[in-house]
Design a protein around this ligand. Sequence first.
Ligand code: PAN
Ligand code: ZN
Length: 190
Amino acid sequence: MELTPNSFAMSVDAGGILEPWTSKIERRLSDMAGMYADPDAERDAIAAGDAVVYEVYQHDMPNHAGELVVCTTLLYPGKVGDEFFMTKGHYHEIRERAEVYYGLSGEGQLVLAKDDGAAEAIPMRPGTVAYVAPCWAHRTVNTGSEPFVFLAVYHGDAGHDYGTIETEGFPLLVLERDGEVAVVSRQEAQ
Ligand code: PAN
Ligand code: ZN
């Protein structure tokens, strides 16, 4: 496999877009159907316009542990019922692959979970550098009223396992309760 031969610079523009990017992901509510806690609110939100929830601008790299993929995520503000807009969330296919998130603008929560049931949430704002340790699933949530933008760096061979989260979900939900941001266990929310 050919490794990236030369060093180079990337930049993030005022809108949070990584330049130069080589691939872009856009996810709407319908692309993550079944992930929000309130199925009726989710169905209504999809019928009411199926909003774009987030975009990822990524500079792809060779699939090799020695490489680092860089990307920015623009997670838009919004709610499904009382649950804030969020990413799908995933484990890395190679579970031992860590990741770094760096908050650029807006505010949110980084929700983390492990397959032994452990879970926690790290608040993120501009300047927050969050270390996603090996073996933790991760999802971000926009708890503000403007786009929550962050940069991520992860190993070229990490891969993404979405299926486990699609089946099992996260143990923690991030909701608006009485006008405040509340991180609650899924059982407590039901
Ligand atoms: C991030 C995420 C990105 C979108 O770059 O991939 O924020 O979230 P989902 O991948 O869960 O849809 C990352 O953690 N990469 O490994
Ligand atoms: Zn990741």
